[in-house]
Ligand binder design. Sequence first.
Ligand code: EPZ
Length: 423
Amino acid sequence: MDRLLIEGGTPLRGEVLISGAKNSVLPVLAASLMGEDPLNIDNVPYLQDVVSFTQLLSGMNAKVTLGEKGRLRVDPSPLNHPHASYDIVRTMRASILVLGPLLARFGEATVSLPGGCAIGTRPVDMHLNGLKGMGAEIDVSDGYIHARAKRLCGTALKLPQPTVTGTENLMMAASLAKGETLIENAAREPEVEDLARCLVKMGACIEGAGSERIRIEGVDNLHGATHWVLPDRIEAATYLAAGCITGGCVRVNQVSPRFMGAVLHKLEECGANIESGEDFIELDMRGERPHALDICTAAYPGFPTDMQAQMMAISAVAQGASSITETIFENRFMHISELARMGAKIRVQGHTAIIEGVERLSGAPVMATDLRASACLILAGIAAEGETIVNRVYHIDRGYEHVEEKFRRLGARVQRLSEQVFA
Ligand code: EPZ
């Protein structure tokens, strides 16, 4: 398993280009199953989760071809096996996103239950109840979801709480249903809006994506299109956080600042000077140590849970005491024990962590447990005194394209140690 070797203590300076968003390209790949002809997807980030999703589509006999400059082309016409097996789904929960498209386009789907992951049980009851509300017959047995529907019928759905992939699954299913579907209490994330933009290019009739009320008028079929994936706001925020934790100056290019208000506001609270334009953001700490901050994660447009771990790394070296409350997932504090190995002073009360900032963390061997915890540990290692080794780096490769190259461009001393597996 690869590891990252980090020599910390250098303020980061420089700029990086942000890649396409993981949490947008995955639902867009699922939507590619719905067209009568190929979908071209541009600005695709080279990530393990994207590779896994293309394997999932190829396993159904959809034709996936990699073009030049990050273009993926998916031709669903040869598809004859609407099945998502456990061996892929267990490595990537987002596979659940093929359920709605397969059911709507082919009338049947067999998709492994995703099961939980490190950060929580991650149930999919809202996905299944919504599809049942649209007339699907759903049986769950042997760890699989067996779904069928002659044709889904539009209906009024009110989600008990916002679910990102649940909203996306139901929006895709409704696009080919008969009649109108209204999704209330829908997730408002920009990635939901980006998916809707792609579906509309394919011929869907969708209004209100990005708000809590989405109205979809079902159509009889969808056609191919070309879609450019929006930039990854969490990747961008992670590199800005790296500038913040090291007292440096970092600029991220090819981003949409308007989707990052909650995070930028918190970084300013840490003492960062932030300038932004149409497609860039520059953070400057002017050599200062960050100030303490209080954070409570929430569904968009609240503070994103996917930046909680990274902000905890900042608070670990901030001046003063911080509090961070995680309201979305029940077990998203696993980075705390690893930060403690580096000298962080953190105690947990229920869903809230109280962090006493220390002057300096000290480098240590640590273990990544999930995607964003890995990012947190890299930030901590870059800020710490001495050497840090982040183990199980396959977690970070799921969601951060060319991670060590991008950090090196900012002046971080990071190198990947690939374990030679001797035959
Ligand atoms: C999406 O996960 C993202 N993944 C996650 O990003 C992100 O953390 C999460 O949204 C929250 O923003 C993708 O978009 C591929 P949810 P998702 O359904 O859709 C509960 C990352 O790091 N729930 O919005 O799975 C659920 O347990 C990943 O990039 C149900 O109870 O999250 C959670 O407590 C991690 N029943 C809450 O809702 C359901 O049927 C929100 O989850 C569905 C969800």
